[in-house]
Design a protein. Structure first.
Length: 96
């Protein structure tokens, strides 16, 4: 449980740093959804959900009723949606 809490805190910190550092940059934004299985049987995964022209559009979709419903109905996986610039990949660097 502590591990999931730590991941959630790190994801939230990453979101704040990424959005603060590039909030006024002229770039596209992507809504990513990170899923963490509640039973601990698999590792977490991240997937792009949609892309937007501005951070405002992305945050609007992030707080939309369909996204809230998706998160509420997710029983086996905890979902963490986050808006990041299109130049950032929350999955981290690719291995060689």
């Amino acid at each position: 449980m502590m591990r999931l809490t730590r991941k959630a805190v790190l994801l939230a910190a990453f979101y704040l740093l990424a959005s603060a550092a590039t909030a006024y940059a002229e770039c596209a934004w992507v809504l990513w959804v990170t899923g963490t299985p509640t039973d601990g049987t698999q590792s977490e995964y991240s997937s792009p959900w949609n892309s937007y022209k501005s951070i405002e559009e992305c945050k609007s979709d992030l707080l939309s009723a369909p996204m809230k419903k998706l998160i509420a109905e997710s029983k086996r996986v905890r979902l963490f949606p986050v808006c990041v610039p299109d130049t950032v990949d929350p999955r981290g660097p690719k291995a060689k």
